[in-house]
Design a protein around this ligand. Structure first.
Ligand SMILES: *Cc1c(COP(=O)(O)O)cnc(C)c1O
Length: 349
């Protein structure tokens, strides 16, 4: 039986959900692609600034309903930042202590936001160390390790129930091509691509799912080889996506196609999107959009019309000192000018 506190905690999360609005689906006008519509599901407008707001809500409900979280539980999470910001928000809503285990290179703005919501940050040197450090902290403090990389795919109800896929397909109903030819998504936990891929199958749509992967990530190779022992010695430079190990939440069989995207192309596309939208987006949104534009080009070359949907995962305001700082980009990402030229050429043909 639920304790009074657990009942109260669940109703707090449900009440918070009732006070929330759905996110916008933005249509991008691209005159160079006649008959092809591109859409961005804008997840940056959640109260905690990213798509991880949905995941954090699901993970807390999952933990509460499994009996893993009670009124004395310290919540611990391994994160590249976005999930920790959203979980700190929900931990504060429930009055629970929260500790984020993150690589020391995490964006300063995210660290400030975690602390704003009353969370604590525990730093490790590299992305590969977050898992073990989280397990150790949870043992020491008798806390609960949320483990987004394992539970993201199962904490979300992929069948419908107002998940992100259900929301996208409902928002598309009055568009010229309501059934997207493609949905494009990058993978961090892999939870969002799992939800979208399963939803497409469950609902019987003909939409295909492309997952885009940055440099220093094992997902692309894993999709081809199914070798779960793959490791990358360096962490991804595109915050939020790309992992040094095969995460259990990444479900390869629901992915129709994968594309490797150079980090410089992701950053160039994020900057290009700023001109299109009038505001800054994070680098993973650049990765997504690069994939969507490759598909749009393929469709144009083949004389096809149709729609492509991708995600605006978070705002660029979080990354002013990195992706939006030309010096940081030059020394950490490299030359983006060739990719900017390629984008310009794409928009001319
Ligand atoms: C987590 C994250 C993603 C990837 O989403 P998953 O569902 O974890 O695969 C993309 N972009 C950003 C900014 C993220 O934080």
């Amino acid at each position: 039986m639920n304790s009074t506190w657990v009942k109260h905690a669940i109703s707090e999360i449900n009440a918070d959900y009732q006070r929330s609005a759905d996110t916008h689906l933005i249509r991008l006008a691209l005159p160079a692609f006649p008959g092809i519509q591109l859409y961005l599901k804008d997840e940056s407008t959640h109260p905690t600034g990213s798509l991880k707001h949905r995941l954090a809500r699901s993970l807390f409900l999952y933990g509460l309903c499994n009996g893993w979280i009670n009124e004395n539980t310290t919540i611990i999470e391994s994160s590249s930042g976005s999930t920790a910001v959203s979980e700190a928000y929900f931990a504060r809503l429930l009055g629970l202590p929260f500790i984020a285990v993150m690589p020391s290179c995490t964006a300063k703005r995210k660290i400030e936001q975690i602390e704003f919501y009353g969370g604590r940050c525990h730093f490790v040197q590299s992305a590969c160390e977050i898992y073990e450090a989280s397990e150790m902290l949870a043992r020491e403090l008798n806390g609960h390790y949320m483990d987004q990389f394992t539970y993201a795919e199962r904490a979300t109800d992929w069948r419908g129930n107002n998940n992100i896929a259900d929301s996208i397909f409902r928002q598309m109903t009055h568009e010229p091509n309501p059934e997207p030819s493609w949905v494009v998504m990058s993978a961090g936990t892999g939870g969002t691509s799992a939800t979208i891929g399963r939803y497409i199958r469950c609902q019987g749509y003909n939409t295909q799912l492309m997952v885009v992967d940055p440099q220093n990530s094992v997902f692309h190779d894993y999709w081809q080889t199914r070798d779960t022992s793959l490791r990358s010695p360096t962490g991804s430079k595109i915050e939020g996506i790309g992992r040094p190990r095969v995460e259990p939440s990444f479900i390869p069989d629901v992915v129709d196609e994968m594309l490797r995207v150079p980090d410089a192309a992701s950053v160039a596309t994020a900057l290009w999107l700023e001109d299109q939208l009038g505001r800054k987006v994070g680098a993973s949104t650049g990765t997504n959009m690069w994939g969507a534009l490759q598909l749009a080009t393929r469709m144009r070359d083949e004389g096809r019309s149709g729609s492509i949907v991708t995600l605006l995962c978070d705002s660029g305001e979080r990354y002013l000192d990195t992706y939006y700082n030309p010096e940081w980009v030059a020394s950490n990402i490299g030359e983006i000018a060739p990719w900017q030229a390629e984008l310009a050429a794409m928009m001319k043909s």
